[in-house]
Design a protein around this ligand. Sequence first.
Ligand SMILES: Cc1ncc(COP(=O)(O)O)c(C=O)c1O
Length: 384
Amino acid sequence: MNERAIPFGRPMLDQAEIDLVVKVLQGTTLVHGPMTHEFEARFAARVEAKHAIAVSSCTAALHLALFAQDVGPGDEVAVPALTHVATAHVAELCQAKPVFVDVEADTGNVDSRALSAAVNGHTRAIMVVHFLGLPCEMDRINPIAEKAGAFIVEDCAIAMDATYGNRKVGTLGAVGCFSFYPVKHITTIEGGMATTNDDVLAQRIAQRKSFGYDKTVDRRTKPGIYDVTALGFNYRMNEVEAAVGLAQLDKLDRFQEQRARNYRDLRTALADIEEVTVFAPERGKARSTHYCLNAVLPRDGSIDRDAAVAELNKAGIGTSVHYPAAIPMMTYYREKYGYKPGQFPVAEWLAAQTISLPTGPHVEPGDAARIGRVMKDAVRRARR
Ligand SMILES: Cc1ncc(COP(=O)(O)O)c(C=O)c1O
């Protein structure tokens, strides 16, 4: 008893972030500055993308990915039924129709057969979400997109550094969208990044993240003078956030090694709990970056997930769920489009019967064995 609490996620910040943030605050450039430019350049190099555009969140990146390609009324956007609501909301924000697609039971990634059935001549974009860090099967998805004449947006919010063959996520579609929310692979407090290899699209996204100005501040010959040539938002990242991001990038290799170790150890620790299955961290050409470990409980509901979660939390083990419901079952979407329970059976099952366990760099060697012991007990007590 009285063992150390292990939260689901914890931002890993130290003097390195503090020093860079203080440097920003002691200067006069709080937006549009050198920290953001350097963060973008180093991020692009890391992801091996031609362009990286820093934005205020992954949601902003996802929105810009559609908005910059004029997705609008009458268009459909294919969205996996199990994801963060942001992936669907951005289609709604463009006044397009999200068309939900069920996911695979063994990965949580979009089911390519269901995707193939869901696209049609109205499909402008396909949102792929690399679920909990494992890249989607792009070799199956690309031909579906090509046939429909749709472009692919990758939601890489929880998949930083994951690879498909010899390529990193963020370069597998038209635009890659990353999140730096506090418990992600790296944080900038709030923040996001859009990556692309397309020069024109990069320019369109960069312009629309900043009101549609024709010139960025550093390109203006007369201060304060600009024209506006497109509709746009204020979706910029500020210099404090970029400074935090730069310090985090320095630590990312270590973070990723720790996540991989924690995932491996935790998977081993759960191996003899027969009621629990675990998503594999690789499949075909896809290699995960272990955002967390998803413990999947039996489909028959014989284990009360919420009771098991309560036992874990009581023992100091932090958990999360990905995600709290299949998106079409959330009130806004259910009421707007009239979805009924049972239409997305796998997404609905995974939403109800999985527990996300911590694998972040705050998890120490030896913690996995403890989590495994607590999980075994929790599952036994939660049997209905
Ligand atoms: C798959 C996915 N997409 C998008 C988001 C939204 O990210 P942000 O909070 O940076 O807007 C999240 C947040 O957790 C997510 O999990």
